[in-house]
Design a protein. Structure first.
Lengths: 391, 119
């Protein structure tokens, strides 16, 4: 169930709105755990044995399942709950627009203006503007009149309902887990500049600042609505980070000027061409000895055909058209093509840091983990996957 | 179909996927899930009101749990329940007709009779 976010920009709806949000969250939990497991069992026990040729890819599993009742009910309910995530978040936000605008202004006024750098001339790329990504009405850059932060507030509140309590109390478990993993595995690495690409509201950007408090941390995104909201959100939590409106395919940073280039759940929103550009840009701006690290969904070739199908669902039905083409890539080759050396590549799988105590987490990351059906998937036993390279 | 102000949208752009044999079934699924959501919210509001009544000593938990309608009320409730079932399940098991067949029948009825005036 979604707990209230731990910052003062969180808008709590009335009793009925809150219960509806809990319902949506609970239903997503049921679908992604129970119903998904039932669909997998049914596929293995009832469907696969009837096929003349055993599927070897996610597409083949998709084709075999498409006409089954379980797939139809699962998909219809997933799609509807995704819409309900945003709808149930939007109504309270809309009702609180004036108050939240005042609060964002007041909190932002307490920070340095230079910490939020917007670029009104930046073109919003088509992967954000042409569709409502994740079915979120208005996408990341949504502005409702004077509520020019709406896309950010919607993302923050929607993600909280979407993740049914599995992404940390301020939705920062990915950032915390990745940053803690690096800090613990590479204790001599002490970055002074950290860049988070496609940071949206900076929920994971904050985590890097908390882990490496001496570093200058910057989050970039194309959507000013997310950055305005994220800037106030970080200030409200007392986290001192920069937000810049910028496209990750054209970084406005000098060569060899950054120690960590990070992203989370970002690459899969890009075309393969843009992914290649982003990685080349990361290589350019990294200092020698710096780290590129992307938290992402696992590549299709590391998963069983059913698990590949399961993750690809979002490409077809959740307005994430590049989800599959990204995961179909050879992740090693992508990094080599960007200029990184084979011996400097890094891959990691980490448990959820914010759900464990310190000692337990340290112990857990000492055990090498492999991919399984729960890697990168919001369900019981969730682990995060990251890949990148040292320069 | 939005009832909110015109500049405020709850709807996602683009076409919705149709998972079932007909788009109408998809629409019924949407209505069903929204109804379930509303039912859950109403259930919780009733629970909340019950809890408040008990906490404010307006009524005790035992009184709530032991409360029983009288015989007349029970009879009326039972009648209402049967009517509710009849309303909700009226389409199940009813004889159906394809709209093509229905149109053909209506068209046939409107055609001038070959046996002379019908009036």
């Amino acid at each position: 169930m979604p707990a209230p976010l731990k910052h003062s920009l969180y808008v709590k709806g009335d009793a009925e709105q809150t219960t509806k949000q809990e319902f949506v969250s609970g239903l997503r939990g049921f679908l992604l755990n129970d119903m998904a497991a039932a669909m997998k069992e049914s596929y293995i026990a009832d469907i696969e044995p009837t096929l003349t040729q055993k599927p070897e890819t996610g597409e083949e599993v998709h084709a075999a399942l498409k006409r089954t009742g379980l797939f139809k009910f699962y998909s219809s309910m997933r799609y509807n709950t995704q819409e309900m995530v945003w709808r149930s978040a939007l109504r309270p936000l809309h009702q609180s627009m004036e108050n939240l605008s005042q609060l964002i202004d007041a909190v932002s006024a307490n920070g340095e203006r230079s910490k939020l750098m917007l670029n009104p001339n930046l073109d919003i790329p088509l992967n954000v503007s042409a569709i409502d990504v994740h079915l979120a009405p208005g996408s990341y850059h949504r502005e409702d009149g004077s509520a020019d932060w709406m896309g950010g507030a919607l993302y923050d509140h929607g993600l909280n309902i979407f993740s049914f309590g599995m992404m940390g109390e301020n939705l920062d478990d990915i950032g915390q887990s990745m940053a803690q993993y690096i800090a613990r595995k590479f204790p001599s690495f002490s970055p002074s500049t950290i860049l988070d690409l496609g940071c949206t509201v900076g929920h994971n950007t904050c985590a890097w600042k908390l882990t490496f408090p001496e570093a200058e941390v910057t989050g970039i995104d194309v959507a000013s609505a997310c950055l305005k909201y994220g800037h106030a959100r970080a200030l409200d939590q007392g986290v001192d980070i920069n937000f810049k409106q910028m496209n990750a395919t054209a970084l406005d940073f000098p060569d060899s000027s950054i120690d960590v280039v990070f992203s989370s759940m970002f690459l899969h929103e890009l075309s393969v061409k843009d992914i290649r550009t982003v990685m080349a840009e990361a290589h350019r701006v990294l200092r020698p000895g710096g780290l590129m690290l992307h938290m992402e969904l696992p590549p299709n070739d590391s998963l069983s055909p059913f698990d590949a199908f399961y993750l690809d669902w979002d490409a077809y039905y959740n307005n994430e058209p590049y989800y599959k083409s990204f995961r179909d890539q050879d992740f090693t080759q992508l990094r080599l093509d960007a200029g990184f050396q084979a011996e400097h590549l890094i891959e990691l799988i980490t448990p959820q840091y914010t759900y464990m105590d310190n000692a337990e987490y340290s112990e857990a990351i000492d055990v090498e983990q492999g991919f399984d059906g729960n890697t990168g998937r919001l369900a019981e036993g969730l682990q995060w996957f990251g890949f990148g390279a040292w320069k | 179909m939005s009832t909110e102000d015109q500049n405020f949208t709850l709807d996602t752009r683009g076409k919705r996927p149709s998972f079932f044999q007909t788009p109408e079934t998809d629409a019924i699924m949407t209505a069903l899930l929204e109804t379930m959501s509303q039912l859950w919210a109403t259930r919780n509001q009733v629970r909340m009101l019950e809890k408040l009544l008990v906490e404010k000593s307006i009524i005790t938990r035992e009184e709530l749990d032991m409360f029983d309608f009288n015989d007349t009320e029970k009879t009326n409730d039972n009648q209402a329940l049967q009517e509710f079932f009849a309303d909700a399940f009226r389409a199940m098991g009813a004889s159906v007709q394809s709209i093509d067949s229905r149109q053909a029948e209506v068209d046939e009825a409107q055609r001038p009779s070959t046996k002379g005036d019908r009036a």
